[in-house]
Ligand binder design. Structure first.
Ligand code: F6P
Length: 545
């Protein structure tokens, strides 16, 4: 796809800037007062997801101008390119094939590779669930320890924890990411070597944390008396580098693969989903993919004004670039979705945290927002004070379920809190009304004015509300696909690559060099802060020897 001029040099971009000025003083309350049916009008539904985007600062003119911006960015053409398997990841000359994992592959060869990989993964999962996989001593595997990090952990972890009540009793599935060995130790304290299988999940098969934990696991098995040439019975691998897994000592029939065109943060739909299929069963894994595929088809075919990923993505661009809101909170009112903010943090920040366009030109506009959040109503007792009365505006995505995913009464309360917070952010509580109430309660004029100044909630703070038809695998699949495609929409508007992550390499290389300097390598080239901190570590080590 030929590269186009920077989007902020376009007339559509300039028109949005001018339009933004027209919003001066127009509040969300004004928009609802001018159109009482706004809430009914400004929603879109697809694949079991209801998106209420009405509590954002936009008018029909805004949407028209965003539509023009999408046309200038050739969004429709880029959507076709994504599903056609074009090299949308220019810096690595790769396609982004996550849609193909749950739907039509761009060509027969890719389709066969995906099908074979999924079939092998589901077969291993089924064998583990049926107690057909035995360790070196012939005992059935009762515990699966998934060793992975980032996209090789967050997706499977999210889905397995989302439906914990539907987990099979055996094998128990555990997740370990940390380089801090106490994390693995805490899990192994509840495992028996003879009945434990480790899954070495690493697309690159070179990630320090995962390989370190795998070595610890191998030593743990050896210390339990499992012979070195039998330890391989206690490992499997999920990787794009099968030759490295084999060299590490994993048997061919235990190596599951995913193609290089599957980005780590987009990989839960691939063989990386093994823990999902083990814990929840092949049917739930298949339902998850079907939900994502339903959102894929919606994304490919729905008009802009009814397209959930496009609406979410374009309104994100509007808020980031024209309202300068540099962060977004993700607030799920479902305990099972407590890991969703972490998952979306990687998906959105590792995809959109870019400063150059696909052709390498440095950008002059803001790109990816800072994504964060927590299970609700926990956040209401933690950071909602800042959301409501802080000096920064933080757009929020509220997520709830229509059908109870828990008992009816707590579900009613959760849903009420979700709506209450979204409304409080928009409507606020004005000072004059507060003063009148305080005066009526007997406070003096000065007291009423003082207290009202502290109690005032400014309001006019935007949010989306996404209501899942049910807390079900298909709805979760659709929700995650919605966010994947919203990310893609934003990347296309900005002209950036959503599928590489060169920045993280620097940290990995630096850590390796500093680690060597901590044990004697030359540190003279480092800055005085790093050198002083190294000395701190060394002196502490000297003291503890
Ligand atoms: O953070 C960098 C990164 O490469 C992520 O993109 C990836 O999900 C994670 O590390 C783990 O990588 P791997 O699956 O290769 O171990």
């Amino acid at each position: 796809m030929p590269l186009r001029p920077a989007i902020d040099s376009s007339a559509a971009w300039r028109a949005l800037h001018a339009h933004r000025t027209s919003f001066a003083g127009t509040t969300l309350n004004d928009l609802f007062a001018a159109d009482p049916a706004r809430g009914e009008r400004c929603h879109a539904t697809a694949a079991g997801i209801y998106l209420d985007y009405s509590k954002n600062h936009f008018t029909d003119t805004t949407l028209s101008l965003l539509e023009e911006l999408a046309a200038v960015a050739e969004l429709p053409e880029h959507i076709v390119a994504l599903f056609a398997g074009a090299p949308v990841n220019r810096s690595e000359q790769r396609a982004a094939l996550h849609p193909a994992l749950r739907g039509a592959a761009p060509d027969a060869a890719i389709g066969r590779e995906i099908e074979q990989s999924r079939t092998r993964m589901l077969a291993l999962a089924q064998a583990l669930r049926a107690g057909e996989i035995r360790g070196a001593t012939g005992q059935v595997i009762t515990d699966l320890v998934h060793l992975g990090i980032g996209g090789s952990d967050l997706g499977p972890r999210l889905v397995v924890s989302a439906f914990a009540e539907r987990r099979a009793p055996s094998p128990r599935v555990h997740f370990v990411t940390s380089l801090d060995n106490t994390a693995l130790a805490a899990v192994l304290a509840h495992c028996v070597p003879a009945t434990t299988l480790f899954v070495l999940a690493s697309k690159s098969f070179s990630t320090l944390e995962t390989l370190s934990n795998a070595d610890l696991a191998r030593r743990w098995l050896g210390a339990a008396g499992i012979a070195a040439d039998h330890i391989g019975r206690h490992f499997a691998a999920i990787t794009s580098k099968p030759e490295r897994a084999k060299a590490w000592g994993i048997a061919d029939d235990r190596i599951l693969t995913l193609g290089e065109g599957i980005g780590g943060r987009y990989s839960l739909w691939s063989a990386m989903g093994l823990p999902i299929a083990v814990a929840l069963g092949p049917d739930i894994f298949t339902e998850l993919l079907a939900g994502a595929n339903a959102m894929d088809q919606h994304f490919r075919t729905a008009s802009l004004r009814t397209n959930l990923p496009i609406l979410h993505g374009l309104l994100s661009v509007w808020q980031i670039n024209f309202w300068h809101h540099g962060t977004r909170a993700v607030l799920p009112y479902v305990h099972g979705l407590r890991h969703l903010p972490d998952y979306l943090q990687q998906l959105m920040m590792e995809s959109l945290g870019k400063r150059v366009a696909q052709d390498g030109r440095e950008l002059t506009i803001q790109t990816g927002a800072i994504i964060w959040g927590s299970e609700e109503t926990n956040g209401q007792h933690s950071f909602h004070q800042l959301l409501l009365q802080g000096t920064q505006t933080v757009p929020a995505d509220f997520i709830a379920t229509a059908i109870p995913h828990c008992d009816a009464e707590p579900h009613r309360q959760l849903y009420a809190n979700c709506l209450a917070q979204s409304r409080a952010l928009m409507v606020g509580q004005d000072r004059a009304t507060l003063e009148k109430e305080l005066l009526a309660a007997g406070h003096s004029g000065a007291e009423a004015a003082f207290l009202a100044s502290h109690r005032e909630v400014p309001g006019d703070r935007p949010s989306n509300t996404l209501v899942l038809a049910a807390h079900a695998p298909a709805c979760l699949g659709a929700l995650l696909a919605l966010y994947e495609h919203s990310v893609y929409v934003q990347s296309v508007i900005w002209g950036i690559n959503a599928f590489d992550q060169w920045g993280v390499e620097l940290g990995k290389q630096a850590a390796s060099a500093i680690g060597a300097a901590l044990v004697g390598a030359d540190a003279s080239a480092y800055d005085s802060s790093t050198r002083a901190l190294m000395a701190r570590w060394n002196s502490a080590g000297a003291r503890s020897d």
